[in-house]
Design a protein around this ligand. Sequence first.
Ligand SMILES: [Zn+2]
Length: 480
Amino acid sequence: MSRTLIKNGKVVSTTGVVEHDVLLDGETISALGAPGYFTEEGIDRVIDAAGKYVIPGGIDVHTHMELPFGGTFASDTFETGTRAAAWGGTTTIIDFAVQKAGEDVHAGLADWHRKAEGECAIDYGFHQIIGGVDDESLKAMKYLVDHEGISSFKLFMAYPGVFYSDDGQVLRAMQTAAECGAMIMMHAENGIAIDVLVQQALARGETDPKYHSLTRPSPLEAEATHRAIVLSHVAGNVPLYVVHMSAGDALNEIAAARHLGRNVFAETCPQYLYLTLEETLGKPGFEGAKWVCSTPVRSKTNDPHYIGQMGHGHQSDLWKGLRMNELAIVSTDHCPFCFKDQKEMGLGNFSAIPNGIGGVEHRMELLYQGVASGELSLERWVETCCTTPARMFGLYPRKGVITPGADADVVVWDPTKKTKIGINDKHHMNMDHSAYEGYVIDGKVDTVISRGTVVVEGDQYVGRKGHGQYLKRGLSQYLV
Ligand SMILES: [Zn+2]
């Protein structure tokens, strides 16, 4: 069994930063000790982490490899997407298997296993999208919790005719989840109202990418978030996790529910913490299509439709929410599409632009920039990107923590170097542009270890496809 010693580093956990040497035995972490405690005798590999941080491998709980959407497929396969994730210090992803109305849940899940098996550079698990709530799919939910290691189910209040569930369907799925202890993940936007606004905008000749955001105003995210919270309460206080939160008014709904002691959680994504309507979707011509995703990137002040919180942007609200644990997790909603031929499907009609931004590679980097800028503590960076994701989705303490017995998923992070993101700089996702082109980030991934195997070292990828294993997950460990 191969033994690795990471010495002289500063180990970051949710509770602090401690100088510890870390001993890895095969695929697991076997011990932590004071600096110099372990001899190098019998050690196969020594990694000197002097001046560097040693953190648990990142966990991205929201990715969409090869997702069929709008007549095309997300451009990263499990092979290219998990390799890019590893490049960015992420050692586990949880992707979404898909069931649409009229389709069989088990067939959808089998399809996802087929796409991922033998392809992944890092470990992976699945959530299940339930796009058609009926007797069969509700029965399947129970089976997946008991037998397949899938304990979270995603519903959509948006995308009528594709993934949409009406309130009655949402309630039924929530009741089923409550019975089996599972988590409901919610895409919370009022898709019925949004579709009306989209049709009205197109009829007025408003076809540019920026109208994607302007037809999805933040009150419709806040309203759906509120409705999901009410339904989850009626359904027996089923744990509810609102995905890709983009707006301060939606966040207020989460904060209010948490204040009442409800099992309500939310995530945000780097695009909402960094990108603005004015600087991305609002670029002249069609270039803004690169940043079409749902929920949308929002105005730097607030939505023109929104009344209240004037002069006080969504981004500062979201950073505050991360500090206050109103937002528990940062994921990416990684759903890349190339500009050429894919985003271009929406030339002359913003509603035909495939929805998604590629970001799986850059989450740890962009959130570390929040540490460097004073928005987050080091401990909170690790908590929102590594530890809480593991606890929220039933992977703790195997993942998300540096402790004896945990999987040896470890990242050595160099805070003295910088990372330049861009298509000709650091960019390993399978797409022809970067949503973060030109960003220069403080800090740099130094070494990435997945289950005891070094997969990224310096500026080299040394992993292999097929190393990553499917993770059967337990129930959420993060309930109030
Ligand atoms: Zn998504």
